[in-house]
Design a protein around this ligand. Structure first.
Ligand code: FAD
Ligand code: MLT
Ligand code: ZN
Length: 477
């Protein structure tokens, strides 16, 4: 990290000294104050693309402890990096220099669940999969799902405004989150933990924190609306020969199923091969096809199982698709999902991954993938692939290599972002800006927007102690 980002200068923050250490230890207890070798994993992101130099991890259990930590750090001018499950893909969750890491991992209690309204209230450090299992036992589902569910935390999900695999059905988190509690940089506790479905009493301050990536406050509690568990679910895995056919099939499925469509995921052959080769999961469809699609339907009426059969037969007859398999039993459904969910991990096993998470108009969705393949054809690249949430217009273009390489990086960036901007797309569909993309914020936001964002940041965190060096472009840009 040091060499690649040598243009960066550490802000003039305080350095943690003996007195500070004593304060944190007394406040949290020795078990929740981490130092030494154990800090290493908190300094490095999931992609192993960057690593910081923090010496201390603080693990508060309560909002009041978070408040005391921030009040203290604010007074001492100590910079703080907020960390949830550390599965973020833009380097936002790890320190850049020696920021103290505030981990929400010990804030993992479910506070209440209302079976009538479906409203779950919990602490920010609850792991998404635990929440999924909990609400499932009550007949509900979480309104979103990610491949990182076993590790990511709901606070991190809100802070990144995570999208994921079911956004097409349940919408973005901004709609499902009813309220939240956050601790501001100076330690004040902001209570917007509304649990009402309807509340138009002035500005909705919760929206400031959803997608704020740890720069405006530490989210400590969340109230989220959970839908009822759909009575019937089925998943189809489909092979196709061209991207045009993928779009025709999308159009067909959308027309047929509208509100019952809960996922429409695209995977190209390179992504599928990566899962086969590096994870050892077999593709359920034989032959070397160019594209694969995973369609999940969920509804309270089993019309979906008959209708999907009809829809697939029609698509086969009309040669829109080449082959398909359908599952409606939980374990078989899970097996099909495993292929899709293991793509990120499989690519990382090549060594290093350049990740581009962009929104594009459907007609242009895949064009950039062959374009990048061509640009990189003479360089030492292990895989160039496209997959993602096609239903939401969200492409994940990934380039896997043995290790980070400046020549490869400069062949892709800023080219990909210029392309995206020309298509009026977004340079970050769902992963956020964090550290790795701050340079490219300008491709999706106007100067006035960035200016207003800076003013907000400055009003809420005037000393810039919360997650510095993130979101906003640094000096070299
Ligand atoms: P972290 O990585 O710890 O933090 C992410 C950001 O949020 C950082 O800027 C951090 O400072 C801030 N933050 C964390 N907790 C808090 C808090 N309590 N208060 C304030 N700020 C906080 N993302 C998607 O959108 N869709 C996907 O489908 C998806 N799939 C993924 C699959 C895999 C295998 C992996 C590894 C990642 C995936 N991600 C996906 C990215 C990542 O999981 C999400 O961004 C997730 O929401 C991050 O949660 P986290 O708890 O790990 O947060
Ligand atoms: C996904 O959809 O798998 C995630 O966003 C992670 C990734 O982009 O690799
Ligand atoms: Zn994704």
């Amino acid at each position: 990290t040091k060499d690649r980002f040598s243009y960066l200068k550490r802000g003039s923050y305080g350095t943690v000294d003996f007195t500070d250490v004593e304060y944190f230890k007394n406040l949290l207890g020795v078990n929740n104050f981490i130092t030494g070798e154990e800090v290493k994993s908190y300094n490095e992101d999931w992609l192993k693309s960057i690593s910081g130099f923090s010496k201390y991890v603080l693990k508060p259990k309560t909002t009041e402890q978070v408040s005391k930590i921030l009040k203290y750090c604010y007074k001492r001018n100590i910079a703080v990096c907020v960390q949830g499950g550390n599965t973020g893909l833009v380097g936002g969750s790890v320190p850049v220099f020696d920021e103290v890491i505030l981990s929400t991992s010990a804030m993992n209690s479910i506070i209440s669940f209302n079976k009538l309204s479906g409203v779950l209230v919990c602490q920010a450090g609850c792991v998404l999969e635990n929440l999924m299992n909990y609400v499932q036992s009550e007949g509900f589902v979480m309104p979103f799902d990610l491949g990182a569910k076993g590790t990511c935390q709901i606070g991190g999900n809100l802070a990144t405004n995570a999208g994921g695999l079911r956004l097409i059905k349940y919408g973005s988190l901004q709609g499902s989150v009813l309220g939240l509690q956050a601790v501001l940089a100076d330690g004040q506790i902001l209570d917007c933990l509304n649990t009402l479905k309807k509340d138009n009493t002035g500005y909705h301050l919760k929206h400031l924190f959803i997608g704020s990536e740890g720069t405006l406050g530490v989210i400590t509690k969340i109230a989220i609306q959970c839908p009822n568990t759909p009575k019937f679910v089925n998943v189809s895995f489909i092979g196709l020969e061209s991207f045009d056919k993928v779009l025709s099939f999308f159009s067909l499925v959308r027309k047929e199923f509208s509100a019952s469509l809960s996922s429409f995921e695209l995977m190209d052959s390179v992504a599928i091969k990566s899962v086969q080769k590096n994870i050892g999961i077999k593709c359920p469809i034989n032959g070397d096809l160019k594209f694969y699609v995973l369609v999940e339907l969920s509804a309270d009426n089993n019309y979906i199982s008959h209708s999907i059969q009809n829809c697939l037969e029609k698509a086969l007859d009309e040669e829109i698709i080449l082959d398909a398999t359908v599952a409606d039993q939980p374990s078989l459904i899970q097996n099909l999902w495993k292929i899709r969910e293991n793509i990120p991990e499989s690519l990382l096993r090549y060594g290093y991954v350049y990740k581009y998470d962009i929104t594009l108009p459907h007609e242009l969705f895949y064009d950039i993938v062959p374009e990048i393949r061509k640009r990189l054809e003479k360089l030492d690249v292990k895989a160039v692939c496209g997959y993602g949430h096609l239903g939401d217009g969200n492409l994940h273009l990934n380039v896997a290599t043995l290790e980070h390489n400046v020549e490869i990086a400069s062949a892709i960036e800023p080219y990909v972002y210029e392309w995206t901007s020309k298509c009026k797309g977004s340079v970050s569909a769902e992963h956020g800006i964090g550290f790795l993309k701050s340079k490219y914020l300008k491709y999706s936001k106007t100067n006035l927007e960035i200016d207003l964002m800076k003013k907000l940041k400055n009003t809420i965190d005037p000393k810039n102690i919360l997650n510095p060096y993130k979101i906003f472009p640094q000096d070299d840009n």
